[in-house]
Design a protein around this ligand. Structure first.
Ligand code: ADP
Ligand code: MG
Length: 729
């Protein structure tokens, strides 16, 4: 309805006045995105403006060719960076890195020098400080690596990801994205192996392109666009839930009368409180050069999504960390809490991160774009068959890259996506693949594309993004693959390290054959056919959630790895070690250290959850239930004294008391089992015990407590319910 048609407008003119005033208020908050985009980033434009031409060129060379930066050049860059940051209000700088804790780490150093004799200070930042830092890193997980080599680690500037100034309660901090290594060069972080894997796929992709006559592309980089899901709850309610505070997820909670069954939240109108939050998030992200693009409500109540425009894998990984931190920080400013846990609430969808991945040349060729000519089509089909081979051969590694304790509640647990890795190709591509497998040629395309008969018959493949299958963990979506298993809280580094490396390996194997082939055209055709035939078992276009698929996958021999503890060993199988070492992404020692850290992290996470449950049940739930039984007993006496029927109260009392007995017994069992787990030596057996025994004891405690929540007077229940958290944001 237009305002002028509003009956109120006629009878009460102040409505119009009020309306106008409100609009003006909103108007005053408008800003031009182009003006603020990247204003806090030391980007190309700033560098061009502020660096001498020679220095700028030297830096570009370093970025493009991975050349080392000399100290004199670094000094000039550091000085320019410092001046720029100070103009933005920065007082400190930090080497911003990503240790194996899953989150980022930083230590702030101010720019000030020792005071001069006259009592003043100068602001200084040297090239040495820019390119190398030495945090006291003895408390970061190293999986034994530092113990064997050197106690301290060092951080090294990654000049392929731009520095930025972050504004928060601490003031303004110049953040320098860095890698974190041990003194002998072992990776202690996520960034180092990611950069190495990007190098591997660059080298192998260029080999492949050269075979197809491409002499112009100089560099190939993986592009990544991560879609970030999250929940928002009211901060005051959050603060009353010790489980959310300690573990990021609810450990107790009965289902509210309404869940997500009506699908009314997905893409629904965004409520004003949330819209205001999103606006501020976008503004912050744009200033930091993160191209936030899409926002919408997700499937579960109180769940939302933010997707940026894709960028180079390394930058995308850093920017996703910025996105997660910004979501959390801005939520607090709005009296909200952002939950990034994969499964904050039982019974409604959890959160994940769709990792959209493609490989692109510096001159704009996307290797996953089917192309228009038969020549391009052949290259595309070779790339596709290599990717199928890579995913089939290393499905276990891909699954592992998405494993974390929170994701265990999603993957394979009746929720998107299943734990079995398969590839969705869509109708048209599937048809072409089937023809190639059966006859070695594809003579038609079922989408009616024009037939281009060049070298051999191949249909003209058209970009087909309409055919979507949301139940597939690894789906081809037109010109990229979408890996949908990644956890919402996790860094996207691991899945991209694996993707880059397994595809580099498949490209390398293909090039080894093709470079030697006397007849390239014949060889490439037979290679495509062979790879598609050998690995077609990984392709599945049906419903990934159906129980039939689980059986079918088993018949096909595809791994169904149900938990993180079962996934971890895939990192150190012979084929994984051989591949990672061959492409210089991980050494065996690095892989072994990661395995150790992952078991440890898993055990710690479950231990915290178990202890939180014990704490909440002992100190909050049992006392509340006792209070309720006391009030029931008092009521029964009063009612009986008045000569009335107290049978309902009596029934409730016996029901409650029985559940209380059950709760106490389950609590005692959980305490005992958690103590046993804690006393075990760290490692695989301990993690397994946490998974098999502690988790089971946790579920056993949750069951009677959730039943009690449905009986006990709401006023007496010690924490906000699911209904309060999910529907009253
Ligand atoms: P969806 O329908 O799954 O939400 P979109 O088409 O909106 O998918 O894209 C999701 C993400 O994929 C975005 O971050 C987008 O920038 C990214 N994306 C698009 N094209 C590519 C590409 N070629 N390579 C990598 N990521 C891409
Ligand atoms: Mg998607």
């Amino acid at each position: 309805m237009k305002l002028m048609e509003c009956p109120f407008y006629v009878i009460c003119p102040y409505v119009f006045y009020f309306h106008q005033e409100k609009e003006e208020k909103i108007m005053s908050e408008y800003f031009n995105v182009a003006d603020i985009f990247g204003e806090d980033v030391f980007n190309e434009k700033v560098m061009q403006e502020r660096l001498p031409k020679k220095v700028y060129k030297a830096l570009q060379k370093t970025i493009e060719e991975g050349k080392e930066l000399d100290l004199a050049t670094a000094d000039v860059i550091a000085a320019a960076m410092k001046d720029w940051a100070i103009e933005k209000g920065a007082t400190h700088y930090t080497h911003w890195f990503q240790p194996l804790t899953g989150v980022t780490a930083e230590k702030h150093d101010s720019f000030i020098t020792a005071p001069n004799p006259d009592g003043t200070v100068l602001m200084e930042f040297s090239g040495k400080e820019l390119i190398k830092g030495e945090p006291d890193a003895s408390s970061f997980p190293s999986g034994g690596l530092r113990a064997t080599f050197e106690a301290r680690g060092y951080t090294a500037w990654d000049c392929t990801s731009p520095a930025f100034v972050r504004h928060d309660a601490a003031g303004a901090i110049l953040c320098i994205p860095t890698a974190f290594c041990s003194y002998t060069g072992e990776a202690l972080d996520q960034k180092t192996p990611l950069l190495r894997s990007m190098e591997a796929i660059n080298t192998q992709s260029l080999r492949l392109l050269r075979l197809f006559g491409n002499t112009t592309s100089k560099k190939v980089t993986p592009s990544v666009g991560p879609e970030q899901e999250y929940f928002l709850v009211d901060e005051k309610k959050f603060m009353q839930r010790k489980d959310l505070i300690f573990t990021g997820r609810t450990l107790f909670g009965a289902m509210p009368p309404k869940g997500q069954e009506l699908d009314d939240h997905y893409f629904g109108t965004i409520r004003q409180r949330i819209a205001a939050f999103m606006k501020d998030v976008n503004k912050e992200l744009w200033k930091l050069g993160v191209p936030a693009k899409t926002q919408h409500n997700e499937v579960a109540p109180a769940q939302h999504e933010l997707a940026p425009i894709y960028s180079e894998a390394n930058v995308a990984v850093d920017q996703n960390q910025i996105v997660m931190q910004t979501l959390k920080r801005v939520a607090c400013q709005h009296g909200l809490k952002c939950l990034l846990h994969e499964k904050p609430f039982a019974g409604v969808n959890g959160s994940g991160k769709h990792n959209n991945w493609s490989i692109t040349t510096d001159d704009g060729i996307n290797l996953l774009d089917p192309g228009k000519t038969p020549h391009e089509n052949i290259q595309f089909l070779l790339v596709l068959s290599c990717i199928l081979k890579a995913v089939d051969t290393h499905a276990d590694l891909l699954r592992e890259s998405a494993a974390d304790p929170g994701n265990d509640h999603r993957l394979g647990a009746n929720e998107a996506p299943p734990a079995i890795i398969s590839v969705f190709l869509g109708e048209q591509l599937q048809d072409v693949v089937s023809q190639l497998v059966s006859t070695g040629e594809a003579t038609h395309s079922n989408k009616g594309g024009i037939l281009k008969t060049g070298v051999k018959t191949l249909p003209d493949l058209e970009k087909d993004a309409t055919d979507r299958n949301r139940t597939s963990p690894f789906a081809f979506t037109g010109n990229k693959f979408e890996f949908r298993m990644v956890g919402s809280r996790d860094s996207i580094a691991s899945p991209n390290i694996v993707l880059n490396t397994i595809v580099a390996e498949a490209f390398c194997d293909a090039c080894d054959i093709l470079e030697k082939a006397p007849d390239f055209d014949a060889e490439v055709h037979s290679l495509i056919k062979r790879q598609l035939t050998e690995h077609q078992r990984i392709v599945f276009n049906g419903n990934g959630y159906s129980p039939e698929w689980v059986e079918e996958a088993e018949r096909r021999g595809l791994p169904n790895i149900k938990s993180m503890v079962d996934a971890i060993p895939s990192l150190v199988t012979d084929s994984s070690v051989a591949m990672f070492e061959k492409f210089g992404v991980f050494t065996k020692a690095e892989l072994e250290s990661r395995v150790e850290i992952k078991y440890e992290n898993y055990s710690k996470a479950i231990n915290i959850e178990a202890k939180s449950m014990i704490d909440i049940a002992s100190k909050q739930i049992i006392p509340a239930v006792i209070k309720y039984t006391r009030s029931l007993a008092d009521t029964i006496n009063t009612v009986k004294a008045a000569g009335a029927d107290a049978s309902v109260q009596a029934e409730l009392l016996s029901e409650t008391s029985a559940l209380l007995v059950e709760t106490k017994a389950a609590l005692a069992k959980l305490i005992e089992i958690t103590a046993t787990a804690g006393a075990m030596a760290e490692g695989a057996d301990q993690a397994k015990y946490y998974h098999d025994s502690v988790m089971t004891a946790m579920s056993a405690l949750r069951e009677p407590v959730d039943k009690l929540e449905m009986i006990v007077d709401k006023e007496m229940w010690p924490m906000p319910s699911y209904g309060d958290l999910l529907f009253e944001v």
